[in-house]
Design a protein around this ligand. Sequence first.
Ligand code: NAD
Length: 459
Amino acid sequence: MPNEILTQLAAMRSYFNSGVTKPYAFRKQQLIALKDAVIAHEEDIYAALYTDLKKSKEECWVTENGFFLAELNDTLGHLKEWMEPESVSTNLLNLPSSSRVLREPLGVVLAIGPWNYPFQLLFTPLLGAIAAGNCVVLKPSEFAPATAAVMQKIIESTFSKEYILYVPGDGAKVIPEMMDHFTFDHVFYTGSTAVGKIIYKMAAERLVPVTLELGGKSPCVVESDANIHIAAKRIVMTKFSNAGQMCVAPDYVLVHASKKEALVKALKEKIKQFFGDKPEQSENYGKLINERQFNRVTSYLMQGNKLHGGRYNADTLFIEPTLLDNVHIDAPVMKEEIFGPVLPILSFTTPEEALAIIAHNPNPLAFYVFTSSSEKEKQWLDAVPSGGACVNNASWHLTNPSLPFGGRGFSGTGAYHGRYSFDTFSHKKAVMKTPTWFDPALKYPPLKGKLGIFKWIIR
Ligand code: NAD
């Protein structure tokens, strides 16, 4: 296996070096081919995501294939403009030179995906890498096998193996096999922080640049002046989407003590309204991916008083949308990323109290604040460093391709989406062009006596 894959990687390197992936016409053609293949496999994608995660077609469209197609269309609309050399100004020292920044493809890049949005989180980096003119190795998660099989069919029926190579299998085995023996030009990884560290170390051995899109424990603050009805609706919508298995789901709520009772009441109402009395039978409600995740998330149910929910079924990997009260700050549910449909509700009376809780898990992937005061909004955004943020909303920032999406610190490094994906997969090459008709002697030795003029020019 390693030899076979290394031969394929060497073939990709030669293919990239031939220059065929660089022209605009080629990139555009490949993006259109990818779009057509994804559209042609629409029903297969829905069926696979239902099998893996019990997602409805509507949820798939918003968060998986429709999300991806919207980003692809946006990229197609801007690609020519993004590929243009960027003219920049030239400082006095270098006049009359001119300066520009060229975006060059990186080469052969590796994209590694997780299982929670198995299609979108592998194909969105792919489209950015294609747009930037690279060859791409795709490693899907082995834990969403139905979706992985459809993606393999799409890739292998659309692209040659020396251009886009699909490598399924156990990540702990196939990724080191590749990264230990081949120098990728970039590794784009989405997944847990624990595995992110392993990837970072492997990449460091060969000085391979990385983008790490990692986990998060994203706090959601509900201020005393928040619109409680809207806050409850939006929190429930995103927290329990995909049964809570979303990297930017609100992980826990910090509500101002004066509004706790009202918020809990509204959250319960919204859960019932969206998922009914029996969420297990709701078309709008998903399941946990596998037994391992099911066991991990059910263990949190005992770490607080249940304000709502708490039922589960191991046979169907179902866990009810659950609200927890009285959780201890040192309990695992407050130390680990929950990544499931369990929402601890904590209260605060001063911002300092809430900030002290947030500080236990610094630099979250996202931060949410519900408030009607722009002053409070500013104070909260200033006080909580995070990858991204929403005001009076949760998670939707990631659906705008004009915004960079990524974490900081333990929630990741680098960003993507739209133009940011194109930049992530491009090298910014600085070019200065200097005419030959002007070549002042001042620049050349002997330098003695020129300090005054140097100080005037370089300041
Ligand atoms: P994971 O880290 O278990 O797996 C991700 C990928 O890494 C898979 O393709 C897997 O095969 C591979 N892998 C696993 N072990 C490996 C090893 N030892 N060496 C090399 N590769 C290995 O993550 P997951 O459980 O699939 O995803 C859930 C996590 O991902 C959560 O923490 C979630 O927050 C995070 N996530 C982040 C984002 C984001 O955009 N920031 C999006 C989705 C999920």
